[in-house]
Design a protein. Structure first.
Length: 124
């Protein structure tokens, strides 16, 4: 599981090279693929980056990724309620997540709820 960040970056790098290299959004995509599991306190992976060494885009995606993962049902777990996910993100402020970005998240969390409800998977 922990290798998916590096594998994703490598796949995107190959795509960039095969496209001739002039695809600027792939640079951001590579950064996001590699660094979205880094943690504010340095305990993440794959590089153990901490604080401002983690690219801002990856720090943002970390919150979005966790929110989505917890709000979406999986074969091994049910979806959690919005309030529970907001609480869990707040509990990880300063460890998993950038405190400044958690503060921003708290100002827009209702928009997360709205988008989550709008885009929720429909039962088969």
């Amino acid at each position: 599981m922990r290798t998916h960040t590096v594998i994703g970056e490598q796949v995107l790098r190959t795509a960039k090279l095969e496209s001739g290299g002039d695809v600027p959004f792939l640079d951001l995509a590579m950064t996001l693929a590699r660094s979205h599991h880094e943690c504010w306190d340095g305990t993440g992976y794959p590089d153990g980056l901490a604080r401002a060494d983690i690219p801002l885009a990856a720090r943002l995606l970390a919150i979005v990724d966790v929110y989505d993962a917890l709000r979406t049902s999986r074969s091994y777990k049910p979806a959690l309620e919005h309030e529970d996910v907001v609480r869990m993100i707040c509990e990880r402020e300063g460890t998993h997540f950038d405190p400044a970005l958690v503060a921003v998240f708290l100002t827009v969390h209702e928009e997360f709820r709205r988008v989550s409800a709008t885009l929720a998977d429909q039962p088969a």
